[in-house]
Design a binder for this molecule. Structure first.
Ligand SMILES: N[C@@H](CCC(=O)N[C@@H](CS)C(=O)NCC(=O)O)C(=O)O
Length: 224
């Protein structure tokens, strides 16, 4: 193992994308192995690399880490993106769980039929504008800081920006009623590490396409 974290997942967003975002935000270089075949996945299983027979897998600091949430909290703590005390950490956890729930609604989309996709699209916009975005809008308005928690850039900011951009891909005017979030988006997108990640050619992955869906289904033998 080198000192550089190694990410093992499909060549697409899925559950790994927030991990890529967090590493990029922290300015940490990482390498990636993309799962293209069933044989690659079976080799990982045989080697005992996947504790619960699932990816994402991240090799870091001599560990083979699985479980997205565990990986993200480890990275947030390691790279000082997890608040300055327990209470800030609790807030970050709450905000991140909210954005995780919102992103969860989007993550499943590529695997749905076109009819189901249309229904899901309505649910996403409705939940984003009525449940999730008003919370972050109010937080930013009330405490009048540049960041969601304290006055320091954290994992919660990275995760919220990722979620905003994902929802905007579904409806580009979704932030029209949220001035605080518009300003937040502009501010956070301008942080040099994030700016770099948002530029073409970075390790950020595009909107999932049919090829990605086909690869995931084949590698995981999803025959439904
Ligand atoms: N709780 C796990 C779930 C991971 C997960 O569902 N991974 C999928 C790919 S995105 C997988 O490996 N599925 C294979 C299986 O469950 O057999 C996490 O958050 O990391």
């Amino acid at each position: 193992m080198t000192g550089i974290p190694k990410l093992c997942y499909f060549n697409g967003r899925g559950k790994m994308e927030s991990i890529r975002w967090l590493l990029a935000a922290a300015g940490v270089e990482f390498q990636e192995e993309f799962l293209e075949t069933r044989e690659q996945f079976e080799k990982l299983l045989q080697d005992g690399a996947l504790l619960f027979q699932q990816v994402p897998l991240v090799e870091i600091d001599g560990m083979k880490m699985v479980q997205t949430r565990a990986i993200l909290s480890y990275l947030a703590a390691k790279y000082n993106l997890y608040g300055k005390d327990l209470k800030e950490r609790a807030l970050i956890d709450m905000y991140v769980e909210g954005t995780t729930d919102l992103m969860g609604l989007i993550l499943m989309c590529p695997f749905l039929s076109s009819e189901e996709k249309e229904k899901q699209h309505t649910v996403i916009i409705q939940k984003a504008t009525n449940r999730y975005f008003p919370v972050y809008e109010k937080v930013l308005k009330d405490h009048r800081q540049n960041f969601l928690v304290g006055n320091q850039f954290s994992w919660a900011d990275v995760h919220l920006l990722e979620a905003i951009l994902m929802v905007e891909e579904k409806n580009s005017s979704v932030l029209s009623e949220f001035p605080q979030l518009q300003a937040f988006k502009a501010r956070i997108s301008n942080i040099p590490t994030i700016k770099k990640f948002l530029e073409p050619g970075s390790q950020r992955k595009p909107v999932p396409d049919d090829k990605y869906v086909e690869t995931v289904r084949r590698v995981l033998q999803m025959y439904f």
